[in-house]
Write a protein that binds this ligand. Structure first.
Ligand code: FAD
Length: 395
């Protein structure tokens, strides 16, 4: 029986685990290793930060959903991988594997800008459950005595969506509470223009986002490098200083420590079209952990976002490739990854479709409406229902 070890219990790791078990049944001994014991529906973290969701609404216990499917769960952090000896290393054990799937997501690079981040810095972040809970506490305090808000993405960021979502949600909530007139809002981004999203824009995204920010009276400063954050102020490279009562900035990402040595200079794993490591035939990687080269060089560095939809697509392809290997079949043909994403805008949402993710594209769509907000709310419930039952073969 082939021993498959998966690092990470989120979109990539869970999808790979369920698909491998479904494709291989008793021919595979599948173990999933994760440093946290719950699945977190990350796309709803901005709603946690706004107080629109509670943690129990968007989390599931990993052991309970994996064990019934015959997948072993180990609640431990991988501290390293010995790729030559095919072993995952933790504090208490060495786990040998025939195949390894790295779905460990990102390490968040708060140290890239002085004062960035919630630990030892002055800005909020909504990229993990703990951070989103903390941001909600700061938000409730802010509402008692509102003031200027600065939201954005520093240089080197790839995941821009949450910063946009947070800006629109803050604007919507402040209007609902009739507080908006007390709050000057500024959006600062490393993108060359708003609506670039790290993917070179999507059809009319630039014009649409410029109109949206103008309609909401949120000042935009694009193509910017942040020099530093001090307790109540953002200082930009070109000398602009922006005071804030609350600031939320997306951080740049890198590969996690345990697998950093298997990656490029940022620790992201280089893979082929089947998500197989370029140098290690029995290592696969999916999701945020992999390298995707940017479509263009931007004046201020930016990266390409890797969304949940893209991650699931990659995990399914990686599982098919591993299964083919084990069953002695040739590697399957794969299609380039596409993106389908709904960006929340507080009182409505934007549907974004890109196939392939980077231009030139065969399909590119961007539509805004209240119906997409309802679709996003319904999708959250559907996805949690689906993953709880291990039904990753469903769309
Ligand atoms: C705030 C926010 C909102 C988003 N909204 C959307 C959206 O609306 N739609 C969309 O499609 N995408 C969205 N995304 C992107 C989406 O969340 C990611 O694409 C997705 O989470 C990537 O999945 P992953 O499995 O690659 O990595 P992650 O979700 O980052 O999971 C990595 C897993 O590995 C574990 N891990 C890390 N290191 C180790 C280790 N050393 N040992 C063991 N376990 C480890 C982590 O605990 C985690 O369980 C959003 C992202 C953020 C941050």
């Amino acid at each position: 029986m082939a021993k498959i070890v998966i690092i990470g219990g989120s979109f990539g790791g869970l999808t790979a685990a369920f698909e491998l078990k479904r494709l291989l049944g008793n021919k595979a001994d599948v173990t999933l290793l994760c440093d946290v014991d719950q699945f977190v529906f990350v796309p709803s973290l901005p709603w946690i930060s706004m107080g629109w969701r509670k943690p129990e609404d968007i989390t599931l216990p990993l052991e309970k959903i994996l064990t019934p499917k015959g997948i072993k769960f180990i609640h431990e952090e991988a501290t390293g991988v010995d790729a030559d000896k095919s072993k995952v290393i933790t504090k208490t054990q060495e786990i040998p594997y025939d195949y390894l799937v790295i779905a460990s997501g990102p390490a968040l690079g708060f140290s890239s800008v002085p004062g960035l981040g919630p630990e030892g810095g002055y800005t909020e972040c909504i990229f993990t459950l703990e951070q989103a809970i903390k941001t909600n506490k700061s938000w409730n305090k802010f509402l008692e005595k509102p003031g200027p808000v600065v939201i954005g993405a520093v240089q080197g960021v790839s995941c821009f969506g949450p910063a946009y979502e947070y800006a629109f949600e803050v604007d919507t909530e402040l209007r609902k509470r009739k507080l908006r007139h007390k709050v000057p809002m500024t959006f600062v981004t490393s993108e060359p223009y708003i609506g670039h999203f790290g993917i070179g824009g999507l059809r009319t995204s630039r014009r649409m986002m410029e109109d949206e920010f103008a309609d909401r009276e949120i000042k935009v400063i694009a193509n910017q490098t942040v020099e530093e954050f001090v307790p109540d102020e953002v200082r930009l490279k070109d000398g602009i200083k922006l005071p804030f009562k609350i600031a939320m900035f997306a951080p740049p990402m890198a590969g996690v420590k345990a697998v950093f040595h298997l990656g490029n200079p940022k620790g992201f794993i280089p893979v082929d079209a089947n998500y197989r490591h370029k140098n290690y035939k029995n290592i696969f990687s999916v999701g945020v952990a992999i390298v995707i080269a940017p479509p263009e060089q931007t004046p201020v560095p930016t990266g390409v976002p890797k969304t949940g939809f893209m991650t699931e697509h990659m995990a399914k392809d990686a599982a098919k490739s591993i299964a083919a290997d084990i069953l002695g079949k040739p590697s399957p043909e794969t299609e380039p990854v596409g993106a389908l994403c709904i960006m929340d805008m507080g009182n409505k949402a934007a549907l974004m479709k890109a196939y392939p993710v980077l231009p030139p594209r065969r399909v590119a769509e961007l539509k805004v409406g209240i119906n997409y907000k309802w679709a996003k709310q319904a999708f959250e419930k559907y996805y949690l229902w689906k993953i709880k039952r291990g039904l990753t073969q469903l769309p």
